[in-house]
Design a protein around this ligand. Structure first.
Ligand SMILES: [Zn+2]
Ligand SMILES: [Zn+2]
Length: 168
């Protein structure tokens, strides 16, 4: 199965580099998929690989908000299911929901107002503002960092920012 999935990836994405490493991720900047050599033989490893192939084949390069990242993750799993079907495989839906829950939990932590506890909408890629109490807080740009919320002066200028990153 490992050879099959590597060959499948190479024929689908002839210009994308494949490299073995500690975990599975897609780097749009380097046009490279990193995969874990020892776990790619297991079902979850195969699903993870197909998920990264989906990110790459859909051309996911950046996102400007936490919610948009979650949307890209959902899209990548939908596409991964189709790729799996091409290989005669099925991706377990519970696994997909577990993965997406990680993002949903992360989004919930970042979007909860540190002052009044209400869930808020994001203002920029690194800033949230509460519609209830007007508190603003910065969030770290990189995903799955410990959510660090710093309250900032609400008068401060914010610059819109687009995040370029790797996709897990
Ligand atoms: Zn609030
Ligand atoms: Zn992903």
């Amino acid at each position: 199965m490992t050879d099959q999935i590597i060959n499948f990836t190479n024929s689908l994405l002839p210009n994308t580099r494949l490299e073995s490493g500690n975990s599975f991720f897609w780097s749009p900047k380097q046009n490279k998929i990193t995969y874990n050599q020892s776990s790619i033989t297991s079902p979850i490893g195969i699903w993870s690989m197909l998920h990264e192939v989906a990110h790459a084949s859909m051309g996911h390069t950046n996102y400007s908000s936490d919610l948009e990242l979650l949307k890209l993750e959902v899209e990548a799993w939908d596409e991964a299911k189709k790729l799996a079907a091409d290989l005669g495989q099925m991706i377990d839906d519970d696994h997909i929901q577990d993965c997406l829950d990680t993002y949903r939990d992360w989004l919930h932590r970042r979007s909860t107002c540190p002052n009044c506890g209400i869930v808020c909408l994001q203002s920029t890629s690194i800033l949230y503002r509460c519609h209830n109490c007007n508190t603003s807080w910065n969030v770290s740009a990189s995903r799955f960092c410990r959510p660090y919320r710093l309250q900032i002066d609400s008068q401060k200028q914010e610059r819109p920012q687009v995040l370029t990153a790797t996709f897990l």
